[in-house]
Design a protein around this ligand. Structure first.
Ligand code: FEO
Length: 168
């Protein structure tokens, strides 16, 4: 049993995670059509991960006896700039997600929702990894600069990412 306030806030996070999945799916299509198949793979895997994040919140709410109320998902952009600007946008988006997780954690502490606090801990750790991965890719793309060969090397690197379903 969790408070209505907590349940509503967690439902809102389902929307944030589904929007993230939508955003990265759109980025995957854009990079496919920019002949950057490695990056397209990376964004597709990222999109799949976001779906599992949404499902974690959904499963948690159900387990707490909450009927999940789903809201409309906003339309993501369809046009993007360079690969560097795309990863800078990804980092900014993940920083927004980190803030939303931190806000949920603050509410859980304030409302003495200890089970929810423990549930959210996984996401706190996940966000450290997500931001770190993005910063690494941004650093590599900055090193590549205007070099097509450098960009292709990063693209090859991004092609190796494989989706593995995260376990709590
Ligand atoms: Fe679900 Fe990228 O955070």
């Amino acid at each position: 049993m969790i408070s209505k306030k907590m349940a509503q806030a967690l439902s809102g996070q389902i929307n944030n995670e589904l929007y993230s999945a939508y955003l990265y799916l759109s980025m995957s299509s854009f990079t496919t059509f920019s002949s950057l198949n490695g990056a397209a793979n990376w964004f597709m895997v990222q999109s799949q991960e976001e779906m599992t994040h949404a499902k974690k919140f959904y499963d948690y709410l159900n387990s707490q006896g909450e009927h999940v109320q789903l809201a409309a998902i906003a339309e993501p952009p369809t046009e993007f700039g360079t690969l560097l600007s795309m990863f800078e946008l990804t980092l900014r988006h993940e920083q927004f997600i980190t803030k939303s997780i931190n806000d949920l954690m603050e509410l859980a502490v304030k409302e003495k929702e200890h089970a929810t606090r423990i549930f959210l801990q996984w996401f706190v750790t996940e966000q450290i990894e997500e931001e770190g991965n993005n910063k690494d890719i941004i650093a590599k793309l900055k090193l590549a600069g205007d070099s097509t060969r450098g960009l292709m090397m990063v693209n090859r690197d991004l092609a190796t990412r494989v989706f593995t379903s995260p376990t709590a």
